[in-house]
Every structure is written in C-alpha cells, then in structure tokens.
Design a protein around this ligand. Structure first.
Ligand code: BG6
Length: 486
C-alpha cells in the first residue's frame, strides 16, 4: 500500500552511519515495493557534500552496498535517486536554515524531519527549525539514545516539547518495528490459548536475551560513553519486557498499546541500591575467539579508553509488582561479542503440582515456550511425552513453528516499517515520553551505582556467554539460561 499522501522527508545526518546502513536502504526498499507516494521527496542534509551531485555520488558509493542484493535493480535505483534532493547545512549558521526552509517550501506533502544525529544536536536543530517556521505541521523523528540519564533525557524532551507537540514526536526504538516483535502481540492477543497461563500462577520465570556476536565496530567512542545498560537495556530490553508482560490492550490504537506498556514500566520493582550486586551483573569482554576467528579485547578497540570500565554485558533480575506477575523473576541479558547472535524470550512454566509419573514431570522447564525473535523467527513449545517402550518414562519433546514455512513473502525490515509509519502518522510503534521517563527512572539507581563505584566490570572472554556471575544469579532461583540446559 502506498503512503497516504505525498511527503518531504528531511534527513539530518544525511551522510552518517545510520543513514548509510539503515535509513536510506529502508527508504529504497519502500520505494521498490511501490509503498512511497510518487511525489514524495527525500532531502539529505549534511555538511560534507557541496551539492546534490556530490550527495548522489555519496549515496551511490556508500548506500548501495547496504541494499539487499536481491532487491537491487538499476532502473529502480535510478528512480529512487530521482527522489533525492540535498541541502548543505552547517548547524551553527542560521542562514543555512533559511536555505533549508526555501528548499522544503518548494516541496509538498507531510513534512518529516529525521534527526539521525547525536542527541546533543536534537535541541539546537529543533530551535533552528522553529526559527524558520519549519516546526509547524511537521513530524520530528528522534533516534536513540535520547539523553544519557533521566535528567538529560528530560531536558531534551522539555526543550523539544516546547517546539513540537507530543503527537508530532516519533521516538524510535527499532526493536518495536521488527516483525517478530509485532508477532509477539499477535501471539499473545490473537490467541486464547496462552492467555490463561500467562501469569504468576503458571509461569515460574521468564528470560529475555539479546545477544550479539559483533563488537563495537566503528562506534568505540560512542559506545565507551554509553555502555550496554543505556544502549540496549533502557530501551530495547525494557520495551520487549513491557510487551511480554502487558495486559491485553483495548485496541491497537497508538495510545491503548502504549498505556499498557507504560503500566508495566511503572510497576517495575524499584531497585534498592543495596541489592544491586545481587540483581545486576555487568561484564566487559576480553580477547577471545568467535566462530574460529580471534577477536580483540574491548579495551583495545579503536575509540575505547585503555582503562575503560564501560560494560559490554548486562544481566538483570527484574520483578513486576502487580497481580499478574508478583514474585515471578524476569531475567534480562544482553551483551556484545557473545557466543551467538540471538534474540529470544523464554517462558518457563511451573511443573505439575504432583507427579504420578515420576520426577521428570517435576523438573523446572518441562513446559517451556521459546520465542526466537532473530535469527530464524520460530516459536518452540516444549512438553513431556512418554518414551516408547516398556514403563512410563517421560522425555522432552517440542512443537516447532517456523514462520518462514507459512509466510513466503519477504519480511519488512524494522526501519522500513517505522519510516512508513512516520510518513503515515501512525504513532503506536514509537516510544511515548512517559514510557521513556519510566524506563530511565528504573535504570537510574543502577547507572548511579555503577558510575559511583567505578569498579571494573567482570571480565568475560569474547565468544562465551558472559561472566559466570550471570549464571550464578539464575542458579539462586534454581534455574539457568536456556543454553546451559543439559
Ligand atoms: C542498537 C544498538 O540500538 O541495536 C547497537 O545501538 C546494537 O549497539 C543494535 O548492535 C542491535 O540491533 P539488531 O537489530 O541488530 O539486533
């Protein structure tokens, strides 16, 4: 389906890493799929290129390699380039914003300003847009990380909020645009099957893991000032947690879903600073081997301080204080340079209350639902079955649901979905200010403790599953991470 109307999509940071890897390739895919209104235009904004010809050269040289091989068609690519305009802009020059206004005023349709820049530039850009009247009837897209802590995120939100109304602000968390994350909503709220079991009476514990094999790549400088808690937990992991734990929304409109997620975030049990050692593990990778290739230690990556105490791994025990989830531990985990790239949710159900069939039926995790978000989206339900032959011996078996067996169409990339939603004015998959505040408020005691203690994170070898303390934390609850089973 094509975007509802024409649009002018202005991309600040138009020659940045994100524009190159994600935003422009996603716009190309939407264009190729015929999902963009014919008259829609993209305006790259940057300092480096002199003019449109220079920018188009840059797009050809840098963006094209990130377009999927199957999707690259020279004719379609040329017609995509025809949508692109360019404005050279120095943020410190007010007159450059006048030029931007003049360029944008020549174009029609919904105006979107996408700030693919560092968060320190969000407020100056918004002020400059307002000074030339470009904030009116426009949408603004803010990339994460939005701020560094609750105070700085509030400062940005306050300042942006003076210029744009909340309905004009689209805060991106690209995990919300992923097909499997959408599917989680379908699984939970489109089926009656799981809902009666989805609560403390039947669920013993839940694990949510986002593990990466990659290190910090070219982002050492940014990452060293950020760390895994801010980069992944405050946003992606807490958003996943809120979708797993939320009550059924009354409808799928933007505020019904976001209201329910917010209730979960506000019900997170505050972390008592005296408990942090017990419920939070931070790690940093040392040199190791991933899939047979030696990889260097975090502290020797370009842009990283040699004596850095930034965490590249976090594991947390989280509790939700409400009727549905009271007492159920949620174990969250994320890390760079781990043994595998996987994002998954593991729901461990309680065993039967009494087993007439021997001890196997009393084993934790005998019934378990594993929702694999990436790679290879699958849902696996573990049950016990009788082993063939004499006697009544139980063994674990599973039902597998691999989505690519049912749906042959290409999946839409997260950014493609989210960009189309911005152009079409759909806010449901964007983070509302109150959600963001609740998430920062919850992580704040951990951030404070880690920065005050200034202790080195626990080391782990690249290519493993993180520090042993992350396993010990689960062992205290009589459980273990999924890959440690057997
Ligand atoms: C980003 C983080 O938000 O998410 C990166 O800044 C991380 O550090 C990335 O690598 C992971 O996203 P995905 O979609 O590859 O799982």
């Amino acid at each position: 389906m094509q975007t509802d109307s024409s649009f002018t999509f202005v991309l600040f940071g138009g020659t940045g890493d994100l524009s190159m890897r994600k935003i422009l390739p996603a716009l190309y895919e939407a264009h190729r799929a015929g999902m963009l209104a014919d008259s829609g235009k993209i305006v790259g904004v940057a300092r480096h290129e002199e003019d449109r010809a220079g920018y188009i050269d840059w797009v050809n040289g840098h963006v094209k390699p990130y377009v999927s091989k199957d999707g690259l068609d020279e004719g379609v690519w040329e017609s995509f380039l025809a949508r692109i305009e360019y404005v050279k802009l120095d943020l410190s020059k007010a007159e450059d914003f006048v030029l931007l206004r003049d360029a944008v005023n020549k174009l029609s349709g919904t105006r979107v300003f996408y700030l693919a820049t560092g968060p320190s530039l969000f407020v100056p850009i918004c002020h400059a847009l307002a000074s030339v009247g470009l904030n009116e009837n426009a949408r603004i897209v803010l990339e994460k990380p939005l701020g560094y802590d609750l105070r700085s995120s509030n400062a940005i939100n306050d300042a942006v909020g003076e210029i744009f109304a909340e309905e004009q602000i689209y805060r991106i968390d690209h995990y919300l645009g992923k097909e499997p994350v959408q599917n989680l909503l379908a699984l939970r709220f489109g089926n009656a099957l799981f809902e009666p079991l989805w609560r403390r009476e039947w669920v013993e514990s839940i694990q949510i893991t986002i593990a990466e094999e990659l290190g910090v790549e070219a982002r050492g400088d940014f990452y060293d000032n950020t760390g895994a808690l801010r980069d992944m937990v405050q946003n992606h992991l807490l958003q996943l947690l809120s979708i797993v734990a939320m009550e059924p929304p009354h409808s799928m409109d933007s505020d019904s879903v976001r209201d329910e997620k917010l209730r979960v975030l506000r019900a997170l049990k505050p972390i008592d600073p005296r408990d942090i050692q017990r419920v939070a593990v931070r790690g940093q990778y040392h040199a190791g081997v991933i899939r047979g290739t030696a990889v260097p230690a975090y502290a020797t990556e370009p842009g990283v301080k040699k004596d850095s105490t930034t965490e590249t791994f976090v594991a947390l025990k989280v509790e939700i204080e409400n009727w549905r989830w009271s007492g159920v531990p949620f174990f969250l985990r994320t890390g760079k340079r781990l043994a595998d790239r996987v994002a998954e949710i593991v729901v461990n159900f309680r065993p039967v209350p009494h087993s007439a069939l021997g001890p196997t039926a009393l084993r934790p995790g005998a019934n378990r639902l594993v929702i694999r978000l990436q790679p290879n989206e699958t849902i696996r339900l573990y049950c016990l079955a009788k082993q063939p032959g004499e006697g009544m011996n139980l063994a674990s078996v599973h039902l597998d649901l691999a989505f690519d067996q049912f749906f042959r169409e290409n999946q839409m990339e997260a950014y493609q979905r989210l960009l189309l939603d911005v152009i079409n004015g759909r806010l449901a998959l964007f983070v509302r200010r109150d959600e963001q505040e609740a998430a920062w408020r919850w992580v704040e005691p951990i951030l404070n403790d880690w920065s005050a203690a200034n202790k080195a994170p626990k080391p782990y070898a690249a290519g493993t599953w993180g520090p042993a303390a992350a396993s010990a934390m689960l062992a205290q609850h009589g459980t273990c991470w999924l890959e440690e089973e057997n």
